[in-house]
Structures are given as structure tokens and as C-alpha cells.
Design a protein around this ligand. Structure first.
Ligand code: AMP
Length: 344
């Protein structure tokens, strides 16, 4: 299949060619015709499969022909994904006059409100909470919305955003077309899909067992609890480790912080400017929850007064210090020394 077989408008065909898309990927080949026919869809595909193009290309093609009104909304779980989808949309629409907006939690509300009032748009990429806030302020009119996309549905419900999505469903026109993209189908998403979609066509291009993308190796390091920060420290200080995202459980400290001389660390509740600065630096770490807190404590034992008084500190520190040498040498030996299971 080729992009030409979809009969795309010339400016969109030109835009995707300029963005380097030559042949449709599997999800694009299957989903674009279904979406262009006006069906609701559940697209099961992983990140990097071309799923952003799978919904953006038909959306942008459809919005070309009429006046500027808000006609499409793409709901995303995170501001990073919002920024990514907006960039892709602008890429594909670069030879059109389509107006694309993006709003997400964590950026000043007033600026987004002013921009939406000043510049009408065809397509809005948004996180659910911020979209509700802006709607409550009377900035957005949903009356002309024809298409709703729910991106990364599994992550959306995993982050507890299903109630916000449900509120939005009540505010949007019932006659809309709804597209859901996800890699997995947890029960909560299944319930949400039943409320949001009408007779959806299911398009599934996910691998049988979800594997990491090509070039990614996964490894598990079984490690005693008291040694894991030393191991983490050792892994992150290796020269081949340039950019790191740590997913952990409880929340790390409130402000942005430096984890080491060479790594900027930030976290999910950090301001956008800190996150942007962190991701722009040559070597960075993003911490999404709390191992970092303990890791940071372990690295900076005298710097934080809030935890110094903890009864357990002196015991755990001396235990950790005693065992540092063996941890680091075991980590240096590589994952196999740690009974690693890896898939590629
Ligand atoms: P996506 O999953 O849509 O975010 O795409 C992941 C990456 O694959 C992006 O860098 C896209 O530019 C690229 N990509 C998407 N569709 C195609 C395609 N049909 N041909 C080549 N690259 C693509």
C-alpha cells in the first residue's frame, strides 16, 4: 500500500513526504482507510509504530476544506506527548493553513487562555484536566467538534485521568467520531471505550508479546533493597548512559534538583522550564517518582536536613557503605552477574 492509494489532499501528501514518510506503516495502512470512512476505531499499536500519523493524516485531510472552527481534539495523558503530537501535526500540515493548538497542565493557564481567544484553531492537542479548565472558563466551544482522539488510552487510565475524560465525553457532541489508540486494554479502559465509542473497528498491529523497540535491550537486576541505590548510581555514572528516565513509586522532592555533577534530574511535578532544560542538556535524568528521593539521599547524605534525623539513617548508611564495593564490582560485571533476564 502507498500513501497515494488513500487519495490524500495534495498539501497533506506533500507534508508527509517532506516529513520523511514514504510508505505507510502497518498501523497507518490499516487505520487510515477505516478513519477516512468515518468509523470509530480502537487502534492497538505501540509507540514508534507510526500511530500518530495513523490518526493525524486523516484528521488533517478532513479539516482542510472548511472555515476555522475547533473540529478535532486529541487527548493525551502527558505534556510531553502533547508537545510531540503537536510537533508531528505541524510537520504534516506545513503546506496547509490549518491552525493547530496545544494545551497542557503545568503551563500558565492565562497564556493558553489568551492564545485560544486570539487565534481560532482547527485542531487542539490537550491533556484532559487542562481542557476541562479552559472549557470551564468559556474559552472553548465544543459544538463543532467532529473527531475525538484518545491517545495512549492505557496510560491515560493508568494515570487516573479516566474521570476527566468521562467529564469531557459529556461536553462533546454525541455525533462525533471517536478514535482510541492504546497498546493494552486494562478493564478501566475497556469500560471507558464502551462509553466513548460506537461500534468501533478494531485494528491491532501490536506484537504478540509486547517487545521493546529494535535497539532496546531490557534487563532485570535482582538486588537487595539496601544495595539498589549504589547499583543505580553505578549504572547512571557509566559513560555510555547519556539520557535516563527513572520510573519509580512515591514522589521525589518538590523542587528540581541536581543528582550529580553531570546529571540534571527533574520529576513529573517539576515546572515545564526545568523539564525542558533537563531534556535539552547533553546528559540528563528525568525522575518520575521516588527511588530518586532515596537515591538522592544516599548520594547527598549531609545535604538534606529533613531526613537527617531519621532513626534508620545511620544504620542504613553504614550498611550501605560497607557493601558499596561489592555492589559496584558486581554491577560493573554487567547484567548477567545479576541473574539478568533480557529480551531484544
Ligand atoms: P509515531 O509512532 O507516529 O509517533 O512515529 C514514530 C516515528 O516514526 C516518528 O519519527 C515518525 O516520523 C516516524 N514515522 C511515522 N510514520 C512513518 C512512515 N510511514 N515512514 C517512515 N517513518 C515514519
Amino acid at each position: 500500500m502507498t500513501f497515494a492509494s488513500f487519495g490524500l489532499p495534495v498539501p497533506i501528501a506533500k507534508g508527509i513526504r517532506a516529513a520523511g514518510l514514504t510508505e505507510p506503516t502497518a498501523i497507518q495502512s490499516k487505520a487510515i482507510p477505516v478513519i477516512m470512512q468515518g468509523n470509530d476505531i480502537i487502534g492497538v499499536a505501540e509507540s514508534g509504530s507510526g500511530k500518530t500519523g495513523a490518526y493525524l493524516i486523516p484528521l488533517l485531510s478532513r479539516f482542510l476544506d472548511r472555515s476555522i472552527r475547533l473540529r478535532g481534539i486529541i487527548l493525551v495523558p502527558t505534556r510531553e506527548l502533547a508537545a510531540y503530537v503537536e510537533t508531528r501535526a505541524r510537520d504534516y500540515a506545513r503546506f496547509t493553513d490549518l491552525k493547530i493548538g496545544v494545551v497542557y497542565t503545568g503551563s500558565p493557564l492565562a497564556a493558553q487562555e489568551r492564545q485560544l481567544r486570539d487565534e481560532p484553531i482547527h485542531l487542539l492537542v490537550a491533556t484532559p484536566g487542562r481542557l476541562l479548565e479552559l472549557h470551564a472558563r468559556g474559552v472553548l466551544n465544543f459544538a463543532d467538534v467532529e473527531i475525538l482522539v484518545i491517545e495512549e488510552g492505557d496510560r491515560t487510565v493508568g494515570l487516573g485521568l479516566a474521570p476527566d475524560v468521562r467529564k469531557l465525553l459529556k461536553l462533546l457532541p454525541e455525533t462525533r467520531q471517536t478514535l482510541l489508540f492504546t497498546l493494552t486494554m486494562p478493564p478501566e479502559l475497556n469500560r471507558l471505550a464502551k462509553e466513548a465509542l460506537v461500534e468501533p473497528v478494531r485494528v491491532d498491529v501490536a506484537p504478540i508479546a509486547a517487545r521493546p523497540a529494535a535497539g532496546i535491550t531490557q534487563a532485570i537486576y535482582p538486588v537487595p533493597r539496601e544495595l539498589k541505590f549504589d547499583l543505580l548510581d553505578d549504572l547512571l555514572s557509566r559513560t555510555e548512559v547519556r539520557s535516563t528516565i527513572l520510573f519509580t513509586r512515591p514522589a521525589p522532592p518538590r523542587s528540581g534538583w541536581r543528582a550529580s555533577s553531570s546529571a540534571t534530574a527533574t520529576r513529573s511535578r517539576c515546572s515545564t522550564s526545568i523539564r525542558t532544560r533537563a531534556s535539552a542538556s547533553a546528559r540528563w535524568t528525568i525522575c518520575v517518582a521516588g527511588v530518586c528521593r532515596s537515591w538522592w539521599r544516599a548520594r547527598r547524605p549531609r545535604a538534606a536536613s529533613t531526613w537527617r534525623a531519621r532513626r534508620t539513617w545511620s544504620t542504613s548508611t553504614s550498611r550501605r557503605r560497607r557493601r558499596t564495593t561489592s555492589t559496584v564490582s558486581a554491577a560493573a560485571a554487567g547484567p548477567t552477574r545479576w541473574a539478568t533476564r533480557s529480551r531484544s
